[in-house]
Design a protein around this ligand. Sequence first.
Ligand code: GLY
Length: 304
Amino acid sequence: MKAIIVHGGAGYDLPPPEFADGIKKALDAGYEVLEKGGSSVDAVEVAINVMEDDPQFDAGYGSFLNLFGEVEMDASIMKSDYSCGAVASVKNIQHPISLARKVMEETEHVFVVGEGANLIAEALGFPYFDPIAPSSKKKWEEMKEKFIKGEKKLAYGKLRDFYLKKISEGLGTVGAVALDDNGIIASGTSTGGIHLKLPGRVGDTPIIGAGTYATPWAGASSTGQGECIIKITLAKRVVDLIEKYKPQEAITHVINFVKDMKCLCGLIALDREGNFGIFHTTPFIRVGYKREDGAFLVTNKYGG
Ligand code: GLY
């Protein structure tokens, strides 16, 4: 059974219709890989690459800028055989998810950050790439004006309140989970993090178990407020339940806890039969889903 589900972040403001086009493009690209006999890892990488290239999403080109106006990106990928790779705070590459895949497949490591991640990228021939999209730069200038004007010490002071305020200004992390004809599940997630983040701040996206997780039963990718998602190991929490329940039913067992934790987030999951699960505690999540039997969904706002 071939199936793929993708997300383009959970957030507050309903995005323009072309956001759904971006989701559909990623979904189609990932599904095409599966149709041509490619693996679920290939499908996840390709789907995420499409969103990393689209400046409407907070990943790759389009990543949100940190406090100093730089882009630091995080990504992770995992297969249902428990192999995984992750990078964090990596700079100046086009496709962080592809680097996470290289960490998984071509190194003895699981998680490499900052300068080390860039060294691997350089050694493996990833070309230099400037990921600052004009739209992200413009947003950074607006955000700086709105939130840190005259408050030079803010980054070291009331961080929690500050970031909670800003989190509602846009969540655009991207992710994908795919199932291939060999029954292998892969999941991946990629992000630029949150607006005006402290340099070196890392969210859930590259953390195996929080942003991304996969087992022989299912895979999941999270989006939203990383600080909270890490604490509740969101992706693993849902995937583990899928040993017993179908994905959407598994979600009913975690959603109240997630809400009680006031965690602003969303998640997509896919099981080994190609069934999906989706939830969000924000007003919307952008998602797309396609399965070999014709099941199909693309929306800017899933569910209630
Ligand atoms: N979920 C993305 C982040 O918090 O960085």
